[in-house]
Design a protein. Structure first.
Length: 138
């Protein structure tokens, strides 16, 4: 008779749920609209997990040195990209070209979680030109 051996389960983490600080080597940065965590970065790219609170939105902004891809993990995203406005839900994505005015909003009742992939020659947080901001940031 063959005896079965129990294999221990490896804990899994959901990108939709906040990662416990003791399990994450990545620092989370708080903003008035929610928070972001840089998951990985390298030459010419950066990957972030962005969480937007219900009823909040990021500034209408653009970047001179990078483009962005946004993938919705959970919640509902209202996306302004240039003159276009779209609504995205889980497992949908969009592309924001370099030098294009854009905004991310959470019109829903639960937190919006997206993964943002930035590509470009310079990926610093100071490459932001704000056209409008609910929190009066410059």
């Amino acid at each position: 008779m063959v005896q079965l051996k129990e294999i221990p389960q490896t804990p899994t983490l959901s990108l939709a749920a906040p990662v416990p600080q003791e399990l994450s080597p990545h620092a989370t940065t708080q903003r008035p609209w929610g928070a972001f965590t840089v998951l990985e970065e390298g030459s010419g790219y950066k990957i972030k997990r962005i969480e937007v609170k219900p009823g909040h939105r990021l500034s209408l902004q653009m970047h001179y040195h990078r483009s962005e891809h946004w993938i919705v993990v959970s919640g509902t995203a209202k996306v302004t990209c240039g003159e276009n406005i779209s609504i995205l839900s889980s497992n949908q994505s969009t592309y924001v070209p370099q030098c294009t005015a854009h905004r991310l909003e959470n019109p829903g009742s639960i937190n919006l979680v997206i993964i943002e992939i930035q590509n470009g020659e310079y990926l610093g947080e100071d490459d932001i030109i704000r056209f409008q901001d609910d929190y009066k940031r410059k």
